[in-house]
Design a protein around this ligand. Structure first.
Ligand code: ZN
Ligand code: ZN
Length: 380
C-alpha cells in the first residue's frame, strides 16, 4: 500500500480528530438534583495559587472549576505564608483579581477570600466574600478575624483534624472557637478537607448550628490530585441557593443550606438529603407481577452522578428483598424481589423501607428512605 492511499489519509484524519477531541475545552455538568425552591450549586471555597504556596496561576483555577462543572469557587491564598515571595511580590488581592476576570468570561462565580494561617488554636480560618484581603495582614489573629468580620465575611475553620496541627488526626474544640462562635465570627467548619472527613466537625456543625463545608484545599494542578477521567471528583460544598449569584450563595452559607459531597459520601441534614435522593431515583416499573415464590424485578433509574447504596430495613409479608442494592450513577439497576408464598393473590402497594448507607445525616447515621411500587401477587 502506498503512503498516499485513501486508507492512510483517512487514518491520519481520524488521529487528528481524536487529538482535537482530547483538547476540547468542555464542561462536564455535575448532576445532582435541585431542591424545591433552590438550585443546587457545586462549590469549592478553599483554593490556593502561586500567590501563596500553590503551584498554579490563578486563571487556571477558574478554568479547572468550569470544566469540572462547578458553579462557584473561592480563591483563598494564605495571608501569613508566602513561600514564593522572592519570585512574586506579596499581593493579597491579586490572585482573586486574575481568577475573577477569567471566571467572568466563563460565567463562573469567583469569590475573594484569604486563609488566616495561625497555630492551633484557632488553627487555619478561611474568610470569604472579603472586600480587601490586605486588611487581614496584621500580627494578632483576633485582629485579622475582626478585620474579615468587619467586611461582612463568611468565616470558617479549615481542616480541624489536620495532622500538621493535630498529630493524631482528631479535631479538638478549644475555648478560642467558643469565643469566635459567641462573637459571631465563626460561621462554619470544613467537615471534609481534601480526602479527609472529620466526624467531630460533623457533630459540632449539628450541635452548634454551624455551616458544613467540603473543600479541596488544592495546591497542585487539579488533575494531579483528582483523576477526573475515571469519575473521581474534588470534594464539593453543595449550596442550596435561590439563584447562582454571589449574594444568593452568601445568603445560603449564612443560613446553613449546604451539604458535603466527597467521594461517594453525601453528608448533610435530612431536609436536604432526602429530596436529593428522591429526585435522583425513578421507579421505571411501578407495577410488578410476582408469581408464587418466583422473581420479579423493579427497574430503578438513578439520573444523578451519585451512586447510592441501599440496605432494606424491616420485612415485607409477601416479598423478599436483597440485603443490599447499589444504584450506580446515571444507570438503571434491577431490584430483585421474590414471592414468599406459593398461593398469595391480589394487588397491593409495597413500601420498601431502606437506609441509604452513603448518605449521612449524622456521624455514622445513614438517611432513611423508601421505595414504593405496586405488586400483583399471582398463584404459582
Ligand atoms: Zn490550611
Ligand atoms: Zn489551605
Amino acid at each position: 500500500m502506498k503512503p498516499s492511499s485513501p486508507l492512510l489519509l483517512w487514518l491520519a484524519g481520524l488521529a487528528l480528530a481524536l487529538a482535537a477531541m482530547a483538547h476540547d475545552r468542555a464542561r462536564t455538568p455535575v448532576r445532582i438534583p435541585d431542591l424545591p425552591g433552590y438550585r443546587t450549586l457545586k462549590c469549592d471555597f478553599h483554593i490556593h495559587t502561586v500567590f501563596s504556596d500553590g503551584k498554579v496561576w490563578p486563571d487556571i483555577r477558574a478554568e479547572e472549576a468550569w470544566r469540572e462543572g462547578l458553579d462557584a469557587i473561592a480563591i483563598t491564598d494564605h495571608i501569613e505564608y508566602q513561600p514564593h515571595k522572592a519570585d512574586l511580590p506579596t499581593a493579597h488581592n491579586r490572585s482573586w483579581e486574575i481568577a475573577h476576570s477569567h471566571g467572568d468570561v466563563l460565567q463562573l462565580v469567583v469569590i475573594r477570600g484569604s486563609e488566616i494561617t495561625r497555630a492551633m488554636p484557632p488553627g487555619h480560618l478561611n474568610a470569604i466574600f472579603l472586600t480587601d484581603a490586605r486588611a487581614l495582614d496584621v500580627s494578632d489573629w483576633r485582629a485579622a478575624v475582626a478585620a474579615a468580620h468587619r467586611q461582612g465575611a463568611f468565616i470558617f475553620w479549615n481542616h480541624p483534624g489536620w495532622t500538621g496541627q493535630q498529630p493524631d488526626g482528631v479535631a479538638r474544640w478549644y475555648p478560642e472557637h467558643t469565643e469566635l462562635v459567641t462573637s459571631n465570627q465563626l460561621h462554619g467548619i470544613e467537615v471534609v478537607n481534601g480526602r479527609e472527613y472529620y466526624p467531630e466537625a460533623h457533630a459540632w456543625c449539628l450541635e452548634k448550628n454551624l455551616t458544613m463545608l467540603s473543600n479541596s484545599d488544592i495546591h497542585n494542578p487539579l488533575n494531579l490530585d483528582y483523576d477526573l477521567h475515571t469519575g473521581d471528583h474534588r470534594p464539593l460544598t453543595l449550596v442550596f441557593a435561590r439563584d447562582g449569584s454571589p449574594e444568593a450563595i452568601k445568603e445560603a452559607l449564612f443560613a446553613r443550606r449546604t451539604a458535603v459531597y466527597s467521594g461517594t459520601l453525601l453528608i448533610g441534614q435530612e431536609e436536604f438529603l432526602k429530596p436529593i435522593f428522591e429526585r435522583s431515583v425513578r421507579v421505571l416499573t411501578p407495577h410488578l407481577r410476582v408469581r408464587g415464590t418466583g422473581r420479579a424485578y423493579v427497574q430503578l433509574h438513578n439520573e444523578s452522578d451519585l451512586t447510592y447504596t441501599l440496605q432494606p430495613t424491616g420485612e415485607d409479608a409477601d416479598l423478599k428483598f436483597p440485603r443490599e442494592l447499589r444504584l450506580p450513577a446515571g444507570r438503571t439497576a434491577l431490584l430483585e424481589v421474590r414471592g414468599r408464598a406459593e398461593d398469595r393473590q391480589g394487588e397491593r402497594a409495597v413500601r420498601m423501607a431502606c437506609t441509604v448507607t452513603n448518605l449521612l445525616v449524622r456521624p455514622g447515621q445513614p438517611l432513611s428512605a423508601a421505595l414504593e411500587f405496586k405488586v400483583t401477587l399471582l398463584p404459582k
